[in-house]
Design a protein around this ligand. Sequence first.
Ligand code: FES
Length: 221
Amino acid sequence: MEHKDVIARDPKQSWFYTETVKDHFFHPRNFMEEESAYGEAYLGMVGSPACGDVMKIWIKVDPSTKRITDLKWQTFGCASAIASTSMMSVIVTENGGMTLEQARQLKPQTIMERLGGLPLRKVHCSVLGDKALRAAINDYYRKHDQPERIEVEHGRIIDKELKITDHDIEEAVLEGAHTLEAVQQKTKVGTGNPSCLPEVEQLIRFYKDKHFSQYLGKDEG
Ligand code: FES
């Protein structure tokens, strides 16, 4: 055997980890060792509904340039979450640091590209870090009296009866539900209120494209 990665026959189901992913997993950059010694920072924290894992991000911001001068993180997430967040910490702080607004636009795809890709089933892990980063950015604006800059991501209600949001649909897609039936199995969306189903189908297409376009062939897109 050449290496110990598990590779399925179907490349879309592969569990192959790139050398860059392994490097960032075994040598994580900017990991938070000792919070009490870190000084004043802004904190964002999220949990993954897919696996229950928690991600915390701390940022330091230069108030005159609004650049993120330092970023530290901790997670109970898996190897993919560790590698993705380590890479994200590098991207956000390299070249003098991204501004808060640049960092808010950071896409999971950018992190994935720098990692050389992740196994399809691990895409949801890569989203945890940048969600927590956006929460830390909100924390900065909240503490600097700029509530108009806070962007809350609780979502928009799509199914009024069951109070299911676009965020819930996104999470279901990230967890691997890529058809209406699969999303309904996870969320029950539209079961009492079928009038929302066309919008749900649109959202499934949108989120599949957003998170999985590099994996899905035209036949599945
Ligand atoms: S972070 Fe939970 S499975 Fe990857």
